[in-house]
Design a protein around this ligand. Structure first.
Ligand SMILES: [Zn+2]
Ligand SMILES: [Zn+2]
Length: 353
């Protein structure tokens, strides 16, 4: 009788559901990564291969979720229509390379390695590795609040990285690839020069190490922030209202940063997720119109070329071999550009130079 009861209880116990992310990452690790690492003689990376695979799966799901949210928005209230969408296709390639390949590798594998090395070195010196909880003990036992603070700090650091990339001529030569897109859609967030991305990764890694973000949280934070950044590039007539636009960056707010008149060394709306840094440091423009996007100084190869020719054009601009059409850039700025909505650009906010 007791045995029967035990068997019945076992049947009633909930069977743990297999986690689809876990299963997919396990499959990728077993069938792709480990054989590849073995072939290359890189078996010392085996311990990290599951983590990389897991965040690559998260990255792929994030691309799918971004697509599912942003595409209906772009179809519902489109700002611009283009008969030839070839330039958008190149942005899709940028997104897949970045979100599924590079971001998991950098935000998990590189960050994990760097944190282990830094913490080991600090412990050897008799120092305590830095953490946000160490700095603000009231955060202990409040993981959600700590996660939000990590996000806000990373976002503020990204604001300054982005603002500086407009201030230095050599840095803007690379960043202008992001601004060259005249067909801006939610795919355009990852359209960056590889050297510009490299600087951004080091910047993020340094901040992440400085505030002691746990290695499993760092890639998740980047995923969440990048989702909102993708949305802010969408080709849609969308703002979050007076208050909403001051809480989270909307497509209308970020579009002003991509406006033709804003391209170059003095721009506005540098923020990625929170508009607070632009408000705090005097670079916010809450104009209620929508500007056409692009950078007339970037040249045609950067705007409509293939992935490789865009990267090459960025290097040429960096080396000063191709300054772009500077006269066209000046003329377009002097003349001003009619906003898509037909309203005067800069209305209701700080005017761009
Ligand atoms: Zn920019
Ligand atoms: Zn952008």
């Amino acid at each position: 009788m007791t045995h029967q009861c035990g068997a019945a209880a076992a049947l009633l116990e909930p069977v743990p559901m297999p986690d689809p992310f876990d299963l997919t990452a396990g499959w990728i690790e077993q069938h792709l990564l480990i054989p590849l690492l073995y072939q290359l003689g890189w078996m010392r990376w085996e311990d990290l291969s599951y983590g990389w695979a897991l965040f690559a799966v998260y990255g792929a799901v994030q691309v799918a979720v971004t697509y599912a949210v942003c595409l209906p928005l772009e179809r519902w209230r489109p700002l611009e229509h283009w008969p030839d969408r070839h330039a958008v296709g190149v942005d899709v390639l940028y997104t897949i390379i970045s979100r599924v390949g590079v971001l998991p590798l950098v935000t998990f594998v590189a960050f994990y390695q760097a944190q282990v090395a830094l913490n080991g070195w600090m412990t050897d010196q008799g120092w305590v590795p830095p953490t946000l909880e160490g700095l603000f003990p009231f955060l202990l036992g409040h993981p959600v609040l700590t996660f939000c603070l990590y996000a806000a700090i990373l976002d503020c650091a990204d604001y300054w990285r982005h603002r500086l990339s407009h201030m230095f001529r050599w840095w803007y030569a690379l960043h202008s690839l992001h601004h060259a897109q005249r067909q801006m859609t939610f795919w355009s967030d990852d359209r960056n020069h590889i050297l510009d991305d490299l600087i951004a990764f080091f910047w993020f890694l340094a901040i992440g190490l400085l505030i002691g973000i746990p290695p499993m949280q760092f890639p998740l934070l980047v995923l969440v922030l990048r989702f909102i950044e993708s949305l802010s590039h969408a080709n849609t007539r969308l703002s979050f209202g007076w208050l909403g636009d001051r809480l989270v960056i909307s497509p209308r707010f970020h579009r002003w940063h991509h406006g033709i008149r804003a391209a170059g060394r003095r721009s506005c709306n540098y923020g990625g997720v929170l508009p607070w840094w632009d408000m705090l440091f005097g670079s916010a423009d809450f104009s209620d119109s929508y500007a056409p996007t692009g950078d007339p100084g970037a040249g045609e190869a950067m705007a409509t070329g293939s992935y490789l020719s865009q990267q090459w054009a960025g290097l040429r601009r960096l080396a000063g071999l191709h300054g772009g059409d500077a006269r066209a850039a000046m003329a377009s700025r002097r003349a001003g550009v009619t906003a898509i909505s037909g309203r005067a650009p800069g209305r209701g906010g700080k005017r761009m130079v």
